[in-house]
Write a new protein. Structure first.
Length: 361
């Protein structure tokens, strides 16, 4: 796991623990956003030479308006951050100060955040005018590791504005395309279904035909995504011997966080094996996948590191097919339960699996 990913995981864990108690913008700033600036970006929030809170730069007739934080690099304003309350939707209407201040300061990066989502903007479309679409997005509820390298370039020790700006245009459109496909994967839009039908249906596309065939296109799209996930698993695990590491429980002493294993009447299901393969594929980003071992039990299926039940990564609780659940572990080996609808939902917990494994590394 990268250093920046580990720091984000700590803040994400704090978010989960404190979400119900954060009710104001100030609480959002102190609990989530200031730790993000301090830990992830590496700027000292208690030093006004690095971070100016309630930054004022009067613009035209607008006097006394403030941006929540201005970050200083090389004695110039480098990043402006506008904060909203936790769970408040992020809209451009809520970012009017960012628009105005971006124009009159030396900042080339503007950030709009509610403590969970972070949207990063620059001026790709018109010089000195903040774009309407972000070039980079981060969500602490579902950390996407693909763009963390670019985020790291905005941190104090690795600050490389030129590199970020050079990559920003590509990031902007790649990220927008990813969001589009992610939304389509949840609910196929009429427009995309019509585009596909135009390629696969030879007759006239009447309203009735569209209504009848759109669900089938959606089903085909879901099958395609599932095939892609399976191909990824096969590629990641092709050299690891597949399911040969499925083992019976040994006599290791369980920790306080673990229940004694019961090896009577155990049946390892195909879903448990596939769940093991998915978690292996996730952890293969940082670890040798052969270290990730499955141990089945009568009530749950453990995924552990180094064949050691003192190193739990996850528990697959798949005995009730109508209510699939997984257990994840924090640094204290306390188990948190999550319901999932399908096996591919395991990917949503990638950052947690990686953080847990890193605790044992």
């Amino acid at each position: 796991m990268s250093d920046i990913e580990g720091k984000l995981s700590i803040i994400a864990r704090k978010l989960q623990q404190s979400r119900a108690l954060i009710e104001t913008e100030e609480a959002t700033k102190t609990t989530l956003i200031m730790p993000f600036i301090q830990s992830v970006l590496g700027f000292d929030v208690f030093d006004v030479h690095e971070v100016i809170p309630e930054f004022v730069a009067d613009v035209g007739l607008k006097k006394g308006e403030k941006v929540d934080f201005a970050i200083i690099k090389d004695e110039e304003i480098a990043i402006l951050i506008e904060c909203k309350k936790l769970n408040e939707p992020l809209t451009l209407e809520n970012a009017s100060q960012l628009y105005r201040y971006f124009h009159v300061t030396t900042a080339r990066i503007a950030v709009l955040t509610n403590g969970v989502e972070y949207r990063f903007y620059t001026d790709l479309d018109e010089p000195n005018k903040m774009d309407q679409r972000p070039f980079l997005e981060l969500n602490l509820d579902d950390i996407d590791t693909a763009n963390l390298a670019e985020l790291d370039k905005l941190s104090k020790p690795n600050f490389d504005l030129d590199s970020v700006l050079n990559a920003a245009e590509e990031l902007k459109y790649v990220s927008a395309a990813r969001r589009f496909f992610a939304n389509e994967a949840k609910t196929l839009s009429w427009d995309l279904a019509s585009l596909v039908l135009g390629q696969i249906y030879s007759g006239r596309l009447t309203q009735r035909v569209r209504e009848d065939l759109t669900p089938l296109v959606e089903k085909g799209f879901a099958h395609f995504l599932n095939d892609q996930a399976n191909n990824r698993l096969k590629a990641a695990l092709g050299a690891s011997g597949g399911t040969s590491d499925v083992r019976e429980a040994t006599q290791d002493e369980p920790t306080a966080a673990e229940e004694p294993l019961d090896d009577s009447g155990i049946e390892t299901t195909a879903e448990e094996i596939q769940g093991h393969m998915i978690i292996r594929a996730i952890l293969s980003q940082e670890l040798d996948p052969e270290r990730v071992v499955l141990r089945d039990n009568k009530t749950y299926c453990s995924i552990i590191l180094d064949d050691n039940n003192r190193k739990p990564i996850a528990r697959l609780r798949f005995n009730n097919a109508a209510k699939l659940r997984i257990g994840t572990f924090d640094a204290d080996k306390s188990e948190d339960l999550h319901e999932i609808e399908k096996l591919s939902d395991l990917y949503r917990h990638s950052s947690t699996f990686l953080a847990t494994a890193q605790n044992y590394a």
